[in-house]
Design a binder for this molecule. Structure first.
Ligand code: PMH
Length: 376
C-alpha cells in the first residue's frame, strides 16, 4: 500500500480493527440505520483511502469528509460509494462536485443562488445542515428552512438528498443539552416534512450519540472516532456499551545507544543530566513528525517495558532512558501494544492535555503509514 520508505519510524494501521469496530457498531444499530464512515482529515490521520475501502467492505454504506479536495482524493482512488462533504464548499466548485457525484452540504440561500449561476452538466446532490445548538454551521430557524426549500423548488438541477445536524455534547455524562438539540431537530423535521414530500436521508449521530442511543439515529450515523477504535470520551468509555479496537500504533527503532556518565547531559538546553551511569537510546522521531515537545517525560515501550523520554524532544530525534544496553534496531513502540504492555491513544492525549482525536491527526505525513494485515 505504502511506497517504499527508508526511515526507522512508522505508523501501523490495523484495518481489521476498523472492520471490527464497524461490525460492533452495526450490531447495536437497528436494521434501518446505516453507517457513513467519516474519513475527513485523511481518515483522522490513519489514511483516508485504505480506511474508506476497508470500511465499505466491512459494511459502511457511504463516506463523509470535510472538504471537496478530500472527496476528490477518494474518487481518484477509484472509490464509487456516495461521499458527503460536511463543510461549506465554495459555490464555484459545485460543477466539480456534480461531475464527480459528490454530495455537498449547504445552509445558505445565497449559496444555492450562486450555484444556480454555474453550468451543471449533472445534477448536484446536497444535504441541508441544521444548527440545533452546535453553533458552527447550519440554518437556525424555520423561516430560513422555508426560504431554503423555496429556493430548492426553483432549482431542478439541485437535488436535496439529505438533512442533518451535529451534536455538541453527546459524549458528556450529562445529556440535558443533547436532548435539547434532539428536540429542536425533531421540531425542524416535523416542519420540514410539512413542506417537503420527497424522501431524504436523515442523519444526526456522531460516534457518541450512536453508541449511547442507537435506536434514535434515523437513517444513517456518521461514524468517526470510534471507527478508529477510540472512545469519544471517558464518559462513553466508562459505560462499556461497545468494545472497540484501536487501529493506530506508532513505532520506531533505536538508532543510537550509548552509556553516559554522571553529570553528562542530553539534548538542547542540557536540561537532563544523568545522576549515575545510564544507557540512553535515540529514536528518529521528533516534533517535525508531530511528536510534540510536550511529550517530554512520557513513556515508550522497549522490550515490553516502559522507558521515559529524557531531555527535550528535537525536530527529528528523541532520546529515551534505557534500563540496559539494547542493540541498534530494537523496536520502540510510542503508541500501541508491545509484549504485554500498551500505551493507548488516551494515555498520550491525557499526557499532553488534549483529546484522542488530535493525536493521530498531528502525527503528520512525514511518518509513513503501513497497513496490516498486508494488502497485496
Ligand atoms: N459529523 C460531523 C459533522 C463532524 O464534524 C464529525 C466529527 C463527525 C460527524 C464524527 O464525529 P465522531 O468522530 O465523534 O464520531 N468532527 C469533529 C470535529 O469537527 N472536531 O472533532 C471532531
Amino acid at each position: 500500500m505504502t511506497d517504499h520508505f527508508y526511515r526507522d519510524t512508522w505508523v501501523e494501521v490495523n484495518l481489521d480493527a476498523i472492520a471490527y469496530n464497524i461490525e460492533q457498531m452495526k450490531e447495536k444499530l437497528p436494521e434501518s440505520s446505516n453507517i457513513i464512515a467519516v474519513v475527513k482529515a485523511d481518515g483522522y490521520g490513519h489514511g483516508s483511502v485504505p480506511v474508506a475501502k476497508r470500511a465499505l467492505e466491512a459494511g459502511a454504506n457511504a463516506l463523509a469528509v470535510a472538504l471537496l479536495e478530500e472527496a476528490l482524493v477518494l474518487r481518484k482512488a477509484g472509490i464509487e460509494a456516495s461521499i458527503l462533504v460536511l463543510g461549506r464548499t465554495p459555490p464555484e466548485a459545485a460543477p466539480v462536485a456534480a461531475d464527480q457525484d459528490i454530495t455537498l452540504t449547504f445552509f445558505q440561500e445565497e449559496w444555492l443562488r450562486e450555484v444556480e449561476t454555474y453550468k451543471l452538466d449533472k445534477n448536484l446532490k446536497v444535504h441541508m445542515k441544521w444548527d440545533t445548538g452546535m453553533g458552527r454551521i447550519g440554518i437556525r430557524n424555520q423561516k430560513e428552512l422555508k426560504q431554503m426549500l423555496d429556493a430548492l423548488n426553483e432549482n431542478p438541477s439541485i437535488y436535496l438528498t439529505g438533512v442533518f445536524t451535529h451534536f455538541a455534547t453527546a459524549d458528556e455524562e450529562d445529556l440535558t443539552y443533547f436532548y435539547e438539540q434532539k428536540e429542536r431537530f425533531d421540531a425542524f423535521l416535523a416542519f420540514f416534512k410539512e413542506y417537503w414530500p420527497y424522501e431524504v436521508a436523515i442523519h444526526i449521530g456522531n460516534s457518541a450519540a450512536s453508541i449511547r442511543l442507537p435506536e434514535d439515529m434515523y437513517d444513517f450515523i456518521r461514524f468517526g472516532i470510534s471507527m478508529y477504535g477510540l472512545y469519544p470520551s471517558g464518559a462513553v468509555k466508562a459505560k462499556g456499551e461497545i468494545d472497540l479496537k484501536q487501529a493506530f500504533s506508532l513505532h520506531s527503532r533505536l538508532i543510537s545507544v550509548k552509556r553516559i556518565a554522571p553529570g553528562e547531559s542530553v539534548s538542547y538546553g542540557a536540561t537532563y543530566t544523568a545522576k549515575q551511569c545510564e544507557w540512553i537510546g535515540t529514536i528518529p522521531i521528533g516534533y517535525g513528525d508531530g511528536w510534540i515537545r510536550k511529550l517530554q517525560g512520557a513513556s515508550v515501550l522497549v522490550d515490553g517495558k516502559r522507558m521515559p523520554i529524557v531531555g527535550r524532544i528535537c525536530m527529528d530525534q528523541t532520546m529515551i532512558q534505557l534500563d540496559r544496553e539494547y542493540p541498534i534496531g530494537t523496536k520502540v513502540t510510542l503508541i500501541g501494544a508491545q509484549d504485554g504492555d500498551v500505551i493507548d491513544m488516551d494515555e498520550i492525549a491525557n499526557y499532553v492535555d488534549t483529546i484522542n482525536y488530535e493525536i493521530p491527526c498531528i502525527i503528520n505525513n512525514r511518518v509513513p503509514r503501513i497497513y496490516t494485515p498486508n494488502q497485496s
